[in-house]
Design a protein around this ligand. Structure first.
Ligand code: NAD
Ligand code: TYD
Length: 355
């Protein structure tokens, strides 16, 4: 039986992962350690919370004594580390929490795992520490090319710089102490349970409500979109078959300009719930607004290594995934309304009011 510590399991990707892992790893126990920040929501896992193989612990990855007691009590042998501050715009207006959680928190977790597991360099160690990271550590691409595992790091936002720091620490713990670390760097995810500060759920929710749809700059920035369940399948594959000390890039091979994504969502919604009460199509709500500071132009992932070593490739196309995601937000308006509470409205006003 595996004893898995998932950090940040009440967030977007973490909650999708916990659900999938409980289904696909029947002889595993999952302890979900989550601080339950604005982005962490136990509702995301309401359907599985009574599973005897699952336990939610509210806590902070920076809390060393809590981490030590969890490793000890739960005999943790596998870590899947999602917990992070994850939104670039928030990292621009308030970087402090990103430095604390993403860098100091990851360091704390690595160090506790090192003490608990007692692994040594160059000797095999059965445990696994999977550090979940982002393609944003590689910086911004021009018109062509894609990030591979050997692309030099060039982070350009406080968010990506903090994730790059955590990747370097994870790698250092492998090389120096023999901690069995594997790092994954993934492109932009979308799907159910994503907090509506990120582009796709924000646009869906605004468009459902007939609110303006803010597109930064000229809308020509490109992201490589991956349906969240494909990311979770990749993580399960890496846990099972990944080589320690290695990095695996994960991507959707699905590059889209932001404006294309926004227009697609508008068209799907017009078809699914009808045009706006005025009779206008939802594309009429699109507004080009002031650009994000230091806005990375293009991300694209070369996922040939994970494909060659593990046979992983995305199974959900963007066209399928975006329809499924829009449908989910239509069917789960109460979920969105609950997370878009007073503090969300304050955030929205501060972020978009002056744009
Ligand atoms: P999210 O913001 O939806 O969730 C983050 C979770 O971490 C929340 O549940 C939050 O409560 C928890 N958390 C935050 N600080 C914590 C702390 N100090 N201690 C314990 N828990 C804490 O994020 P997400 O989009 O699900 O991303 C998960 C991970 O995947 C992150 O590490 C992110 O960098 C990485 N990633 C995300 C994407 C993406 O497109 N969303 C792409 C590639 C990689
Ligand atoms: P986001 O979902 O924040 O992810 P990331 O910045 O990590 O890629 O943004 C995706 C893209 O959408 C990015 O180029 C910024 C852009 N964007 C907008 O144009 N408008 C918005 O309101 C948001 C949140 C993002």
């Amino acid at each position: 039986m595996k004893h898995i510590l998932v950090t940040g399991g009440c967030g977007f990707i973490g909650s999708n992962f916990v659900r999938m892992a409980l289904g696909q790893l029947p002889s595993s126990r999952i302890v979900n350690l989550d601080k339950l920040t604005y982005a962490g929501n136990p509702e995301n896992l309401r359907d599985i919370e009574d599973d005897p193989r699952y336990r939610l612990v509210k806590g902070d990855i920076c809390d060393r004594s809590l981490m030590e007691s969890l490793f000890d009590e739960e005999k943790i042998d596998t870590v899947v580390h999602f917990a992070a501050e994850s939104h670039v715009d928030r990292s621009i207006t308030g970087p402090d929490e990103f430095i604390r959680t993403n860098i100091f928190g990851t360091f704390t977790l690595l160090d506790v795992a090192r003490s608990a597991w007692g692994c040594m360099p160059s000797s095999p160690c059965p445990q696994r520490f999977l550090h979940v990271s982002t393609d944003e550590v590689y910086g911004s691409l021009g018109e062509s090319g894609a990030f591979s595992e050997t692309t030099p790091y060039d982070p350009r936002s406080p968010y990506s710089a903090s994730k790059a720091s955590s990747d370097h620490l994870a790698s250092a713990y492998f090389h120096t102490y023999g901690l069995p670390v594997i790092i994954t760097n993934c492109s932009n995810n979308y799907g159910p349970y994503q907090f509506p500060e990120k582009l796709i759920p924000l646009i869906i929710n605004n468009a459902l409500k007939g609110m303006e749809l803010p597109v930064y700059g000229d809308g020509g920035n490109v992201r490589d979109w991956l349906f969240v369940e494909d990311h979770c399948r990749a993580i399960l594959a890496v846990l099972a078959r990944g080589r320690v000390g290695e990095t695996y890039n994960i991507g959707g091979s699905s590059e889209k300009r932001n404006i294309e994504v926004v227009e697609t969502i508008c068209d799907i919604l017009d078809e699914a719930v009808g045009r706006l009460p005025s009779g206008m199509p939802r594309r009429s709500l699109i507004r080009f607004v002031k650009d994000r500071a230091g806005h990375d132009r293009r991300y694209a992932i070369d996922a040939s290594k994970i494909k060659a070593e593990m046979g992983w490739a995305p199974v959900v196309t963007f066209e399928q995934g975006i329809r499924c995601t829009v449908d989910w937000y239509i069917m789960n308006r109460t979920w969105s309304d609950a997370v878009m509470d007073g503090s969300y409205r304050k955030y929205y006003e501060e972020m978009y009011g002056g744009r």
